[in-house]
Design a protein around this ligand. Sequence first.
Ligand SMILES: Cc1cc2nc3c(=O)[nH]c(=O)nc-3n(C[C@H](O)[C@H](O)[C@H](O)COP(=O)(O)O)c2cc1C
Length: 248
Amino acid sequence: MTDRAAAIQGDDTLTDADRLGLYRVLLSRRDVRGQFLPDPIPDEVLARILVAAHHAPSVGFMQPWSFILVRSPEVRGRIKDAFAKANDEAAGMFEGDAQATYRSLKLEGILESPVNICVTCDRDRVGPVVLGRTHIPTMDLYSTVCAVENLWLAARAEGLGLGWVSIISEPALKEILGLPERVVPVAYLCLGKVSHFFAQPELETRGWRKRLPLADLVSLDRWEGPRDETLGVALAKAQEKAEGGDLA
Ligand SMILES: Cc1cc2nc3c(=O)[nH]c(=O)nc-3n(C[C@H](O)[C@H](O)[C@H](O)COP(=O)(O)O)c2cc1C
């Protein structure tokens, strides 16, 4: 083994400020659709964000992701048209008041943000047999989602907003971006400077859904198994503190 391969992290202890900074990013990350500013993103900033995405964990260290930066107004126009078609179909799937609320929501910032990024998963990047993907074939897709989350958090740390647009037919997206059959468009993202970040998810403030109590989602040893009551109290307290802005 070379020295480099054997090296350990010499500065592996995070300061309190580092720890709190990470939680601040995690808890203040928002899905942004309507607050984009047109200012370009400096290449150095975009590069840092993409490096963060590229350092995500991946099954068998497969790194199945690629990043297509969509700047062309013509391509973005086609994506926006594909969104509008899918969004209209989606609205029709909800009834009554929910449909009216759905139609009033802004669910993308495709043209307002300065750059869109499609994060893809090449399911054949390292051949058919992948360490760790041998029994659950979707692990490469999950790895790509890890890259998306890294990208999202790095963007927030840089003060940039990001919105995930999933209301597009997958074949349409693949056709517009020229993706080969084996490549899956995992996430279509809008990235840019923003006028402000909302404190809460917009779907929450608009009355679509509330954040669930975490303690209801944690069980012991099996699906919906028994609860650890003491942990439940700690979870409820930590959730209340975090959502009240207290990260300590
Ligand atoms: C896989 C995925 C797909 C999403 N698709 C959309 C979308 O098409 N349009 C949209 O406005 N938000 C989309 N979102 C954002 C969610 O609505 C948002 O994450 C959620 O309401 C919580 O809000 P927050 O991200 O601001 O905390 C998506 C999020 C994820 C993880």
